[in-house]
Design a protein. Structure first.
Length: 320
């Protein structure tokens, strides 16, 4: 099986060409439902209903599950939309109240079955259907964007996050524990371990530890000055400038690929886009297989990957 390649075509068709149990990790961000028209025949995200979109998307991940090794991991970044937002056939990424589908207009209220202004809950629907199909959901992670797209809506809060779902195929899987620095306030607190009767009682009640064992744990934490990584990740959106305007940042890929794929392993991205997943895989001494429907994005991804490999040759790279 070739690696460090981009397969041109729709995800479902190309995934069927890959052998069973052949990749270590999947990291991807599928086209979101009803938000953008990429003007490519066969694209995902233009389905008339959320149900049709979720069914198509999860059928693609049925194939991902087949090609994933038993110890493999799967990470999916997915955003939501409102029932009154739709795309237009006249350009990319233009939400409007109606969509032109051939010769007829579709009313968004009729499509979603939800009231106007209601969140469609695409990520929740997706994660539920994935578990219905046998995936194990290990984490629902929050990608917090400290710099987010401003909203003109004054009757709700501005959304500054998206979801990342961490799935596994089996209960035993590859995972490299990830750590983050302790907060300064935590470090100061650990310098004064609980010894009073009140804190002793609290330590037993809350964390099942005696004052002595808590003191030892505090000393160890102070020595390491780190803790197991939490599930809200504060990451600025991508500053990559190109034709693909929905590129996720490299930093968003770094933790999943470090945690979920061994060095030398194979990372799959069935919605390759501008190639960010492949780029991060190479930087971590891993291989990749990308699938992309849009020729323009393949050209863009090839340019990015070739530019990196020119400076940092590793496994080699097949430009198709």
């Amino acid at each position: 099986m070739k690696t460090n390649v981009i397969l041109h075509g729709d995800a479902l068709t190309q995934l069927k060409t890959l052998p069973n149990d052949s990749v270590d990790c999947c990291m991807t961000s599928p086209p979101y439902w009803a938000l953008r028209n990429y003007n490519v025949e066969g694209q995902l995200g233009l389905e008339e209903t959320p149900e049709e979109y979720i069914n198509k998307l999860c059928s693609i991940f049925d194939e991902v599950k087949r090609v994933l090794k038993p110890e493999g991991t799967c990470w999916v970044n997915l955003g939501d939309t409102y029932s009154s937002q739709r795309w237009t056939g006249k350009g990319e990424g233009q939400p409007i109240n109606k969509i032109k589908d051939g010769h007829r207009d579709i009313n968004p209220e009729r499509i979603t079955g939800l009231p106007e202004k209601c969140l469609v809950q695409i990520p929740s629907r997706f994660s539920l259907e994935m578990t219905n199909r046998g995936w194990i959901l290990r984490n629902s992670l929050v990608w917090h964007k400290p710099v987010c797209m401003p909203s003109s809506a004054k009757d709700r809060f501005t959304i500054d996050y998206e979801m990342i779902y961490f799935f596994t195929k089996n209960t035993d899987y590859y995972f490299k524990t990830q750590y983050e620095p302790l907060a300064n306030s935590t470090i100061e607190r650990l310098k004064h371990p609980w010894r009073s009767a009140k804190s002793s009682k609290l330590s037993k009640q809350v964390i099942g530890m005696t004052p002595e064992s808590f003191d030892k744990a505090a000393i160890k934490l102070l020595a390491d000055r780190r803790r197991i990584k939490r599930s809200v990740w504060k990451i600025r959106p991508s500053n990559y400038h190109g034709v693909h305007f929905a590129t996720y940042p490299e930093k968003l890929c770094e933790t999943p690929l470090d945690a979920g794929c061994p060095v030398g392993g194979i990372v799959l991205d069935p919605f390759f886009g501008a190639g960010t997943t492949g780029l991060v895989a190479l930087k971590q001494n891993k291989k990749f297989i990308g699938i992309e429907l849009n020729n323009e994005y393949i050209t863009m991804a090839n340019k990015r990957l070739k530019s990196y490999l020119y400076e940092n040759p590793f496994f080699g790279y097949d430009e198709n």
